[in-house]
Design a protein around this ligand. Structure first.
Ligand SMILES: [Fe+2]
Ligand SMILES: [Fe+2]
Length: 155
């Protein structure tokens, strides 16, 4: 076993949690990408730009989480169909009306809050593992910013 894996006490639990996170991030990336093209109307355009930026960011989170899973000696989930079961977040389907940007933003806020809650708890699980801790802290910072920006769109 690698030294970098040996120093992580609850490796199994960490890998499992990182897989749940990677699944949620992948779903969020897809959802935001979809919304960035789906949202229309005067305000919808502005909101679509934020969704496009977040899609890229959540995709990056997915990648970083998968990288860490492999470093720890784990295997990231391999099928898209697994992501739904693994994900820590359940966001509702997009509104029927593509001009209903408010509903899109409100549902997205819920997703970001689920992420903030999950990562906050995960920080405790990985407090002994500085590498994962650093990754989760940075990811959490991004989600806090997302929540703040999304909330701002509703003002
Ligand atoms: Fe994320
Ligand atoms: Fe986010």
């Amino acid at each position: 076993m690698l030294k970098g894996q040996e120093i992580v006490k609850n490796r199994r639990e960490t890998i499992q949690a990182l897989n749940q996170a990677a699944a949620a991030e992948l779903q969020a990336a897809f959802r935001y990408l979809f919304l960035s093209h789906y949202a229309t109307g005067f305000h919808g355009q502005q909101v679509a730009e934020k969704f496009a930026a977040m899609a890229k960011e959540e995709w990056e989170h997915t990648s970083e989480l998968m990288e860490r899973i492999v470093q720890l000696g784990g295997t990231p989930f391999q099928k898209l169909s697994e992501a739904e079961k693994l994900s820590f977040s359940r966001t509702p389907p997009p509104p029927k009306n593509p001009t209903d940007w408010k509903k899109m933003v409100k549902d997205s806020l819920q997703g970001e809050r689920d992420a903030i809650e999950f990562y906050r708890k995960l920080m405790k699980v990985v407090h002994d593992d500085p590498v994962t801790n650093h990754l989760i802290r940075e990811t959490l910072e991004d989600e806090v910013k997302d929540e703040h920006d999304l909330a701002g769109l509703l003002e």
